[in-house]
Design a binder for this molecule. Sequence first.
Ligand code: PLP
Length: 383
Amino acid sequence: MPAETETSGSTGAAPWLLTPGPLSTDRRTRQAMLQDWGSWDADFKALTASVRSDLLAEIGNHPDFDCVPMQGSGTFAVESMLGTLIPANDSRTLVLSNGAYGQRIARTLACLNRDHVLIDKGDVQPPRGAELDDILRQDPTITHVVIVHCETSSGILNPLAEIAAVAEQHRVGLLIDAMSSFGAIPIDPDTIRFDALVSSANKCFEGVPGFGFIIARKALLAASEGNAHSLSLDAHAQWEYMQRTGQWRFTPPTHCVAAFAQALSLHRAEGGSSGRLLRYSANRDVLLQGMQALGFRPLLEPRWLSPIIVSFHAPDHPAYDFGRFYNLLKSRGFIIYPGKLTEVDSFRIGCIGALDSTVMQALVGAVEWALETMQVTLQKRPA
Ligand SMILES: *Cc1c(COP(=O)(O)O)cnc(C)c1O
């Protein structure tokens, strides 16, 4: 991994991106973009078909599901899923939110004029099965539930299995924003009942940005004709056209798809999602241990921490300044993420991308140096 991303890190031109995502990609993935493709050509159609089938393999090739790629960033694919699969009339969607991406889903539904209710758990608490059960009992008009699997704004890993079980009991549809988890945290439709999930090329599959994809029940896709609010984000039309012609409806991000096919083969070589989960978890553990030893406090209780991204409280010290901290780390070859929380001052460090725990160890060293340079002293704790 690091050997392959030889242009990343402090010795090369490009820094490590600890920002999911875009994130640091493997050199072989970037190299796959050096070829041009005709979007209607049989070779590119075969590439699209292989990407779709590899993604379906991620959910065990469950025969009830199909995969619809969609141009744009992840948010475009979320909007496509919501607008296509939630009927415009006679639906009422419950959004279980605990961060910026949950809020974005509610805003999207508002833009699409879809009737919805928002449960906002703040930044650090997950929605739980028992409270979902209460809400669904009190409001039998709710037809759909939407949840973010890993809420990337804090890094919280929401208890998906528990939520899915309650949604199934109440026979409501479950739509999952699995943007930052799919590809590293397995979602098996045999144990987690859901209607659709959405993710994108540039998160745990370690591709480059340019498209997202919806994995949805074929029966729902088939029943959703004419539902979408939008011409270009109509997932039913994209699905139907792709089935018929093998092509994307409008110009596909050809180079991104080629890079993604390469990224998928690296994902397979690493042992698929379980191999990737091991590496990301090791990244998270080295990061957490090192940062705690320096005196940083993670935002979340340990049991909700994801292996995707970790939020830390900003140091409570007058000499600390995020802009300066950021620039010091950048000068050492690391790009980190500002906080995205409403209530507390924080910053985030991503654990995903083509990097391993030696990079995390080096980052911790750079953080220690940055604190010294800023003359910020923290209460140190033993590692
Ligand atoms: C990255 C991400 C998205 C999509 O964001 P884009 O900037 O549109 O790619 C949506 N939901 C979650 C949870 C994410 O992590």
